[in-house]
Design a protein around this ligand. Sequence first.
Ligand code: SAM
Length: 458
Amino acid sequence: MRHRGRLSPSSPARKQVASAQARAQAKKTAGEQHSVVIENLSNEGQGVARLNGKTLFVKGALPGETVLARIDRNHRRYDEGHMLELTKAAAERVEPQCPHFAQCGGCQLQHLNHDTQIDYKQQWVLDQLARQAQLVPEQLDAPLRSVPQHYRRAARIGINQRKDGSAIVGFRQEGSKYLIDIDQCLVLDPRGDNLFRDLAALLNAHPGQIKRITHAELTFGDTNGTLTLRVMKNLDGSLQQQLVALATSLGCGLYLNHGDHIETVHEDSAPAFNLPAFAQQLNFAPGDFVQVNAAMNQAMIDRAIEWLDPQADERILDLFCGLGNFTLPLASKAAEVVGIEASKEMVARGEHNASLNGLTNCQFEAADLTYPISARRWFKQGFDKVLIDPPRTGALEIIEQLIKTPVTQLLYVSCNPSALARDAITLKEAGFKLQRFCVMDMFPHTTHVESLALFVKH
Ligand SMILES: C[S@@+](CC[C@H](N)C(=O)[O-])C[C@H]1O[C@@H](n2cnc3c(N)ncnc32)[C@H](O)[C@@H]1O
């Protein structure tokens, strides 16, 4: 039916007219160039300016700068653009060290002085906590600071083939699904300096097999590591032998991930890293979650132990425990630690790691913590303190169960500020205070923010 005359506010036709108007308005300024002053840094690393009352995100610009910006896309509430010319540079601007910075999607903040990056990240999380949860930490501890380069002991490297048959070995291009060739990654452990070049040369000698491999996963332990190739089909023997030689030159074993299982092709020793402060060694295997920044991992565990302060008569719950990264250090102080993790393989690794380090007071159990777990024996036995280290999705389901127990101290290790703020609302409503908080420079030059938040109920 055609509408004549006035349309009701909720009529579909009126909504169509409104969205057509919004689209027309949204198109209006794309392509224009304006000189703008950058007021802030978005949590995606873009400069934030105001232009004619609307927010403009300017790629490549930093707070305090005046830039000539081109508007690329209009949205209803904000516009997006990029920097054409830098009129006045911020004191914090630095020359990016990495030659791939302009194209690579890996790092977003190499143009910002490394020391300043973590200060912005701290502000992002504090803003999010204040805005979303109306929470201000009672005590703000200094950020844990990392070295700026060569901090990553793990990386996922994309592999593809060009139309001319040559291999692309690298990372995703910024804002795209396409891969770009990487020559050397400056944030990766220096043991991986030649990996991209060597792997590309090797694959270029076997062009018929490049499409059989989709990506490689590299994880360095302290003296060894794992190089795992995700393969869609078996590889020819000669390529496999050359890959073993390449992995060995890195000090790594070679593994093939076939999707339903991981095949060990060559392994000289069980991959492992140490936690020197606790004189503990943790074994890992391909596919395991391993904290990427080894030095920050040790610093994070030290701070977690200091804040949670486990006592010799206490029972601690370590949720999302992985292969025991926090469980084992906690067990060196507490009476008993129960580590819970979804992956059965990592539960087995946790058990193995506990016995490797002579710890008899750790228990590991497999459980999906997005499901009700309050009927589980280990949950019903009670605990004094809890550490949770969830994935990016956060830990709302388990927090809703924890707040019904007598537990009064919960240390939240977060890799996602918005999930942390959302979960903090539930904790706050249950009477918890955010007693201590700090951010950690786990991933310098990227926009990722990790933080530690100690929630306490008096
Ligand atoms: C951020 S990692 C932390 C691992 C460990 N705490 C560490 O420091 O190495 C999150 C862990 O949660 C596990 N995980 C993810 N989803 C889960 C779920 N629904 N239930 C239980 N564990 C889960 C992952 O397998 C991973 O080991």
